[in-house]
Design a binder for this molecule. Sequence first.
Ligand code: OAD
Length: 253
Amino acid sequence: MFSSQLLDRLSEAQRVVVLTGAGVSAESGIPTFRDQDGIWAHFRPEDLATPEAFERNPQRVWSWYQTRRTAIFKAQPNAGHRALAELERLVPALTIVTQNIDGLHTQAGSTDVIELHGNLRRNYCHRCRREYDDPALLTVEEVPHCACGGHIRPGIVWFNELLPEDALQRAETLAGQADIFFSIGTSAVVYPAAGLPEVARDADAMVVEINPEPTTVAIWAPESIRATSGQALPTLVQALRQHKSRLAGQPER
Ligand code: OAD
């Protein structure tokens, strides 16, 4: 499944950066956005995932995210999440840059996760930006109010909003320093995250896509794996272990 060139590069890599999207959580039962039966096949993002939508109808947007929270908080990390946490222990430095808001990478044991689109466990006031970390808010049905009178909203990034500046800046810096950059389970169409594979390529990283369907990254990436992350990533970890043992002249495990 993986070329020896990839395994060589991965064995020698000082810095690995992994961009992930909704596809990585698909095998945990969380639907993606743009697949045939994805979320945006059933809902319009402009009704639910923009600041304007929240300002027009805060209760509607809040209720929709409360339903998503109920589903997402039940989900468990899958084999792909767990393999990425394991991969972190096999290389000197590995950072995950995720567009996902479900927190499953951290739950699986990954320790360096940049959440570009925020996290569903957080809330803040849409007007004054005060943060609310009370877990009771994660299940409350009525859209809560802040002390300032504004509405409290999920701590995630919507369309038409800027990404957290420090998170994006760190992601871009690390992409530019990567020896290997993986783009996994993302359609790579939503910027600025979708620009990171090119930042890495332009800085001479080896870019590898893992996705059952080819995206625009596959057009130029030297290695493209057509498999789900839950299938490909445990196989990659196993192959890397064997490759490293071979390089060290030890019997394979
Ligand atoms: P998309 O739904 O656009 O893309 C999901 C990708 O995952 C597709 O390319 C699928 O082929 C792939 N995929 C499906 N199942 C997979 C599996 N088991 N293993 C690996 N890959 C699989 O999701 P994102 O690229 O994450 O933003 O979308 C980016 C952003 O657009 C999201 O963060 C969200 C969305 O609208 C907002 O809501 C603001």
